[in-house]
Design a binder for this molecule. Structure first.
Ligand SMILES: [Zn+2]
Length: 243
C-alpha cells in the first residue's frame, strides 16, 4: 500500500483532495518514449504519485541525449533507456509500480502493450509514431496526451475519443513523413512535459479543464503560449471511421 503521507503537501497546500490523491495513486499511465519529454513526464508523474507507470522505448542512453533527458545518468550510458528510467523512479518513489518494455511500438505489438492502462502520454520524437498513437487512441478509446517539440517550440493537446477531435482533425496526416532530426533544449522539454503531466492529473481526477479540442503551442524564444481551438472533423480519415 503506498504511503499517502508522502503526498501531504499535495493535499494540504497544493489544492488536491485526499480523494483525488487516491485517484492518482490508482491511475495507470503509459509513457511512450523515455527521452526529453519522457524524462519530464516520468519525473512529474512519480512526484505526483501516479501509482502505475509503464514506459516503452527501444533506445539506449547516449551521451548526446543528456542535454535534455534528465532522468538518465552518465553511469547508464549504453544501457536501455527503459531500465535507466525504471531505476530513476524506484530510487525516487519506490511505491510506484513500474513496468517497462524495450520495443519499437508497431501496429502488431501495440495491442498487448497498452492493455490495462488508463492514459497514454505521447513522448515519442517522430511524427509517424505520433500519428500511430493517435490511431491507437481513437481505435481503443484511450485518452492520449499528445505533445511534440521542434527545437524551441512545442505543442500539446489532449485527445479523448470519441468526445474530442483527434490529431488528424487538427493536423492532417502527411502522405509521406519527412522526419527532421530535431532535438530540443532542456527547458523547452520541461515546460511541455510538465503540461502533459498536468493533463494526466486533470484527466485522472476530473479537476480543471483539460486541453480538449484545444491545441496549445509554446514558443520558448518569445515566451508566448497560444491556444488554437479545433473540433472533430466529420470527414477525418481517423476518427470519423467506425472501428
Ligand atoms: Zn480526427
Amino acid at each position: 500500500m503506498p504511503k499517502i503521507a508522502r503526498y501531504e503537501q499535495n493535499m494540504k497546500y497544493a489544492g488536491l483532495s485526499e480523494e483525488n490523491q487516491e485517484k492518482l495513486i490508482n491511475t495507470s499511465v503509459i509513457v511512450m518514449g523515455a527521452g526529453g519529454l519522457g524524462s519530464g513526464v516520468i519525473m512529474n508523474l512519480a512526484a505526483m504519485g501516479v501509482g502505475f507507470i509503464k514506459i516503452i522505448d527501444d533506445g539506449i542512453v547516449q551521451e548526446k541525449g543528456l542535454n535534455r533527458q534528465l532522468i538518465h545518468k552518465c553511469k547508464n550510458i549504453g544501457r536501455a533507456k527503459v531500465i535507466s528510467a525504471k531505476d530513476w523512479i524506484q530510487e525516487y518513489n519506490p511505491d510506484i509500480k513500474v513496468e517497462i518494455q524495450k520495443i519499437k511500438l508497431n501496429e502488431i505489438n501495440y495491442f498487448n502493450a497498452i492493455q490495462g492502462y488508463d492514459i497514454i502520454v505521447d513522448c515519442f520524437d517522430s511524427y509517424e509514431a505520433k500519428y500511430m498513437l493517435n490511431e491507437i487512441s481513437v481505435r481503443h478509446k484511450i485518452p492520449l496526451i499528445h505533445a511534440g517539440i521542434q527545437a524551441t517550440r512545442g505543442q500539446i493537446t489532449t485527445i479523448y475519443p470519441p468526445k474530442t477531435g483527434c490529431l488528424e482533425c487538427v493536423m492532417q496526416k502527411p502522405a509521406l513523413f519527412n522526419e527532421q532530426n530535431y532535438a530540443s533544449l532542456s527547458p523547452v522539454c520541461n515546460v511541455i512535459s510538465s503540461l502533459q503531466a498536468m493533463e494526466v492529473l486533470k484527466l485522472a481526477t476530473g479537476t480543471g479543464e483539460p486541453l480538449l479540442n484545444r491545441l496549445l503551442s509554446y514558443d520558448a524564444l518569445t515566451s508566448e503560449f497560444k491556444i488554437i481551438d479545433f473540433s472533430k472533423n466529420q470527414y477525418c480519415n481517423c476518427c470519423s471511421v467506425e472501428y
